[in-house]
Every structure is written in structure tokens, then in C-alpha cells.
Design a binder for this molecule. Structure first.
Ligand code: UDP
Ligand code: MG
Length: 322
């Protein structure tokens, strides 16, 4: 049979030794179902400190469709996605978590959507957040509300990074060479037609989530600051409002003093005003600082990730030895 399309699958992995074997088993089943497609699995080891890399090497030895990239330290999921996208050679590229929360069983449907229905990508969106901590769901919901209000880039609530894209879209993503990456925003910003495939939340097959509340907070800042400059406008609007307010207050005080004299008093209200206004000032300076910090990081033009080992190199060494 002539094999036509190649699908590259990118699997970012950070300390995933407990789920990697079951992920591979699940994927093998799907690859058998989709036997008319050639597969290439790119496992990206994001500086794991457990046996993840060794498992990847074993898979690479066992099955030559499995390839791996290994980072010199933990650079984050976004960096792992970028590394995968840069190395993938397929006509279609999918990004999938290793913990089976992105069900591989959706892949045939995604492939069909892209090849037969004329979409450029098919992305997964979970409609429920079953099994997730309440406070986490609430914060996520708030983030999507705020992000969508202030930014023109639409970021779908419940959207996962799990998606299958055609080559055109992958090339477009690769053209965005920013250092502070927020994939959900990037996929939306570049445009193209995306079909959303909805599914019920699936809990992690094993292991633990790598996201603490603090890292999620930092991630959401990336989403907001990376795709909108509205907070900068807010801080100047705040400034303007307070200027006007102080103008009115000065007038009131001058008139009051002229009419009723200047009895000492009113220090509590003064203290409140000082606290409030300096709070607003610090907040605004903080916003400006956040953008400045990002500009600084972009200006340094550091690589998003650094590779320590990869399967191509391993193969080359192996051939040299024999
Ligand atoms: N991940 C990564 N680097 C990190 C954190 C996470 O490559 O610094 C990977 C992780 O191995 C998993 C995926 O990103 O395959 C999603 O992570 P996780 O399941 O912890 O996030 P959640 O599903 O809870 O949002
Ligand atoms: Mg997960």
C-alpha cells in the first residue's frame, strides 16, 4: 500500500515515567487503526529528573517511529512544543500531552476533519472540568473571561493545546519567533480555520499535574500580557482619572478654606487618599514593569530551549560505532 500522509505527534514530557509506557500503548492502538498514515512520534523531554529520558531511548530503540529531543534543563511546556514543531517533518502535526488527558482516540476524527472537511486544524476543547479542584476551575474561568474581554485574540475556554494542524498552519506558528510563548494565543492569532472538537474532561492516567497555582498564575499573565496592551492603557486612564479628581479636590479645598478658614482636621481621609493613590501608582508601575520585563527578555534573544541530546544524534553515534 502506498503511504500518503505523515502525521508528526509532539509529546512534551516532564517527569512522566509513570504514564509514558501507557501513552505509547494507547498510541500504538491508534496508529494501527490509522494504518494508511505514516507516524512520527516526537517525545520532548523537558529536563525531567526521573527515568523519562531512558524510557524515551528505549522506545526509540524498539520503534523507529519514536524519536526524542532532550533539553538541558526544564524550559517549560511551551518550549517543548516549539522544539517539537521545529523538528517535526510531517504533513500534519499534532500536539498531545503524555498523561492521556488528551485522548489519542480523538486523533482519527481530527485527521478526518482536516483532510476531508477543509479545516486547517482540529483542536480539542473540554466542556467539563470534572475532577479538577473547584478553585482552579474558578480561576481558569476568570482568566478566560478577562483575557477575552481585553484582547482581540480569542482564547476559547476549555481549549487544550491538543490539536492537529496542517503544514501551512505549522509554518505560520514557526514564523512567530517570540521568546515569551503562549501557544493558545498564538494558534488563535495566526488565524486559519479551526474546528473545535468537544469532549468530557479526562483525568490524568497517573502521576501528578506539573502546574501549581503560582505557575498557572504566571502562565495566565503570559496569556494576557502577550496578546494585549490594554493594561497599559488602563494605567494611563487611571492616571488621568486621578489627575482630574485631584484637580476637583484642590478646587474644593481652596474654596472651603476661603469661605470657612483652615481648621486642622481631616487627616484620616488624607491618609486614606495617600494609601489609595500610591497603591494605584504602584499597580500601574507594576503593569509597565511587566511589559518592560518582557521586552527585555525578547531583546536578549536567548534561545527558547537548549538541546542536550536527541535521537538523530544518538542514531548517528550508533552508526559510527558499527
Ligand atoms: N510539561 C512539560 N514541561 C513542564 C510542565 C509540563 O513538558 O514544565 C508537560 C507534561 O509532561 C504534560 C503536559 O505538559 O505532558 C501537561 O502537563 P500537566 O498534565 O502537568 O498539566 P495539566 O494537564 O494539569 O494542565
Ligand atoms: Mg495533564
Amino acid at each position: 500500500m502506498i503511504k500518503t500522509d505523515t502525521i508528526s505527534i509532539i509529546v512534551p514530557c516532564y517527569n512522566e515515567e509513570t504514564v509514558l509506557p501507557s501513552y505509547y500503548d494507547e498510541m500504538t492502538k491508534i496508529m494501527e487503526i490509522m494504518h494508511d498514515v505514516t507516524f512520527e512520534l516526537w517525545f520532548v523531554d523537558d529536563g525531567s529528573s526521573d527515568q523519562t529520558l531512558r524510557l524515551m531511548k528505549d522506545l526509540h530503540k524498539k520503534d523507529e517511529r519514536c524519536r526524542f529531543l532532550s533539553f538541558s534543563r526544564n524550559f517549560g511546556k511551551e518550549a517543548a512544543i516549539l522544539a517539537g514543531l521545529q523538528h517535526a517533518t510531517g504533513d500534519f502535526v499534532a500536539i498531545m500531552d503524555a498523561d492521556l488527558q488528551d485522548p489519542p482516540s480523538l486523533l482519527p476524527q481530527m485527521y478526518q476533519t482536516v483532510t476531508e472537511k477543509g479545516y486547517d486544524s482540529a483542536a480539542a476543547r473540554r466542556t467539563t472540568r470534572k475532577g479538577e479542584a473547584r478553585i482552579r476551575s474558578f480561576c481558569s474561568k476568570m482568566f478566560y473571561k478577562v483575557a477575552n474581554k481585553i484582547s482581540k485574540t480569542d482564547i476559547k475556554d476549555g481549549a487544550r493545546d491538543y490539536r492537529l494542524m496542517n503544514r501551512k498552519m505549522v509554518n505560520a506558528v514557526l514564523k512567530l519567533c517570540e521568546y515569551n510563548r503562549f501557544s493558545k494565543g498564538i494558534f488563535s492569532w495566526i488565524g486559519f480555520e479551526t474546528k473545535w472538537i468537544e469532549y468530557d474532561n479526562v483525568e490524568r492516567a497517573a502521576g501528578e499535574t506539573k502546574w501549581s497555582m503560582f505557575s498557572l498564575f504566571k502562565y495566565s499573565l503570559e496569556g494576557i500580557l502577550g496578546f494585549s496592551v490594554a493594561p497599559l492603557a488602563w494605567s494611563s486612564i487611571f492616571g488621568l482619572i486621578f489627575c482630574l479628581l485631584s484637580f476637583v479636590m484642590i478646587l474644593v479645598i481652596v474654596i472651603k478654606t476661603l469661605i470657612w478658614g483652615d481648621p486642622v482636621g481631616g487627616w484620616p481621609s488624607l491618609a486614606c487618599i495617600i494609601f489609595f493613590v500610591s497603591g494605584v501608582q504602584l499597580f500601574s508601575v507594576g503593569i509597565v514593569g511587566q511589559y518592560l520585563a518582557r521586552t527585555y527578555l525578547e531583546a536578549k534573544k536567548r534561545p527558547v530551549y537548549i538541546l542536550k541530546e536527541d535521537s538523530d544524534e544518538e542514531r548517528a553515534n550508533h552508526e559510527k560505532d558499527h
